[in-house]
Design a protein around this ligand. Structure first.
Ligand code: MN
Length: 250
């Protein structure tokens, strides 16, 4: 069993170390990860610059690109075999609701899914990355249980796992969930630099969750590990006939 680990926080991130260590109990692990912070790069692919991979130690490479680049290079060039599983994370911070669309962590798993390799994204919803290490044994159990399902792992689907921000002994179990809705407020800051020129800063501000029971946010908020199956087909099937009825013509 060959397992590729990647992330979007960079190859030195604590969460990646915990993930790789947990996966080592399950299979042979290779790490190919960005050489720097690539959070919120979503599924971007570097097409207008050359990419370089550098081996830092045995079975650990970093790439000067995005998580998507890392998975593409790992599978296409760096690894000596095709991975049986791709794990991405453990992200320093939650990836729930609409955040899965911005997340580089989820995108790393998504790229593997596109390549036909079963993949799981992991995120820790707490604010202190130092706490992630305590969840290592729990993550290892989850990985080994999920890997057992590799033969019936659904195509075009990845699993998005969020760990609750509680000590491992307080985790109440696992809930399989759907995405909640996240509404950002005041996330755009407008200010002036010392020379008086206006600049903008995206991020910060407040967040409101629309998160009833059964959603990812509800689960972690109540001490559960949340696992959301995500698929790549964004088609809104319910609206196919509705939009057809618009009778559009060129
Ligand atoms: Mn990140």
């Amino acid at each position: 069993m060959l397992i590729l680990c990647t992330n979007d926080d960079g190859y030195l991130a604590a969460g990646l170390g915990v993930l790789a260590e947990a996966a080592r109990g399950v299979g042979e692990v290779r790490v190919v990860a960005p050489d720097r912070e690539q959070s919120a790069t979503s599924h971007s692919l570097t097409m207008h610059f050359p990419l370089r991979a550098r081996q830092m130690q045995e079975h650990l490479h970093h790439v000067d690109g995005t998580p998507t680049d890392c998975v593409a290079l790992a599978v296409g060039a760096i690894l000596d075999g095709r991975p049986d599983f791709v794990l991405s994370g453990i992200n320093h911070g939650q990836n729930m609701g609409e955040d899965v669309l911005y997340s580089g962590t989820v995108a790393g798993a998504m790229e593997a899914t596109i390549l036909g390799i079963p993949a799981v994204a992991f995120s820790y919803t707490g604010r202190d990355p130092e706490q992630i290490a305590a969840h290592g044994p729990l993550v290892r159990r989850l990985i080994s249980q999920i890997v057992e399902h590799r033969s019936d792992f659904p195509a075009e689907t990845l699993l998005n796992v969020n760990l609750p921000a509680v000590p491992p002994h307080e985790v109440r179990g696992v809930q399989v969930t759907r995405l909640a809705r996240r509404v950002y407020t005041d996330s755009l800051t407008r200010a002036k630099d010392p020379s008086g020129r206006e600049y903008f800063w995206i991020g910060g501000g407040g967040t409101e969750w629309n998160a009833p029971e059964g959603t990812d946010f509800w689960a972690v908020d109540h001490g559960y590990v949340s696992i959301t199956p995500l698929h790549l087909d964004l088609t809104n099937y319910r609206l196919l006939t509705e939009v057809e009825r618009w009778d559009l013509a060129p």
